[in-house]
Design a protein around this ligand. Structure first.
Ligand code: ZN
Length: 256
């Protein structure tokens, strides 16, 4: 484990110098930009905002985050590995905090849960941007309430009206279904088969202060009488409703 002050020092770095170590950024107005390293394109839609410490791809990724999220995606590595890489490359000294094996099991579990939430977030955003009619309806609903850049930057997504959309996506990525079930992203039926928990809902990611997704608030789009308007992620080591209430509250308030 790495102490939190190291993470704060990383957030104090100019994000353009971190990302500039991976791609050739060009200064343009108040942003830096380049062709997105995560999808193929000829005109740059990848922007870096030094003032906010954020990057965003306005092209087909429709995804963004902080410097750590960039390195995680670039190197396909965990949060802690990305923190270590950035610290090493930018002369930030850190000490590994010794962990008992019990703590280590716990933090490995948390990492697996963050990965599962990130995977679900990827699926919801992908589904939100599909060309089909239900995705179109979801976008129309979202863009009626907020402006487009808010929707994209927040990472508002869509859980399609399907019993196995996320399930099949997770399987195709080789994700641990046990972890997804523990986060109640999928559930087990009485016949012991898995199904998607969020269906026909707009998904609003709830994040921690490092911008990692810890859970979701999901708004029903069917207006069916017997369905709760909002569903939240189940309690987990990442997500405690009582502590995360502010996040849920903000998410839902913005969702109105
Ligand atoms: Zn992209």
């Amino acid at each position: 484990m790495i102490a939190e002050p190291v993470i704060q020092q990383i957030h104090n770095l100019d994000i353009a110098t971190v990302i500039g170590g991976y791609v050739a950024l060009k200064h343009k107005g108040r942003y830096y930009e380049c062709c997105c390293p995560f999808h193929n394109e000829k005109t740059p839609s990848f922007k870096v905002d030094s003032a906010k410490g954020k990057w965003y791809c306005y092209g087909s990724c429709q995804e963004g985050g902080d410097a750590i999220a960039f390195v995680m995606k670039c190197n396909n590595c965990s949060f802690y590995e990305a923190v270590k890489t950035i610290a090493q490359n930018h002369g930030i000294t850190y000490e590994e905090i010794e962990q008992s094996s019990e703590d280590e099991t716990k933090s490995r579990k948390r990492e697996a849960m963050f990965s599962a939430n990130a995977l679900a977030q990827e699926f919801f955003v992908k589904s939100f941007n599909e060309a089909n009619q239900e995705a179109k309806n979801a976008r129309e609903y979202a863009y009626n309430r907020w402006n487009k850049s808010f929707v994209n930057e927040t990472g508002i997504g869509f859980a399609p009206n399907s019993w196995n959309g996320l399930l099949n996506f997770a399987k195709s990525k080789g994700a641990s279904l046990d972890v997804l079930e523990e986060l109640s992203l999928i559930r087990k039926s009485e016949q012991k088969s898995y199904y998607d928990f969020f269906r026909a809902r707009l998904t609003i990611p709830i994040r921690d202060r490092f911008n990692r997704v810890i859970g979701f608030a999901a708004r029903d789009l069917t207006n069916a009488k017997d369905t709760p308007k909002y569903l939240n992620s189940a309690e987990s080591p990442l997500f405690h409703k009582a502590e995360s209430l502010f996040g849920i509250d903000t998410a839902i308030r913005q969702a109105r």
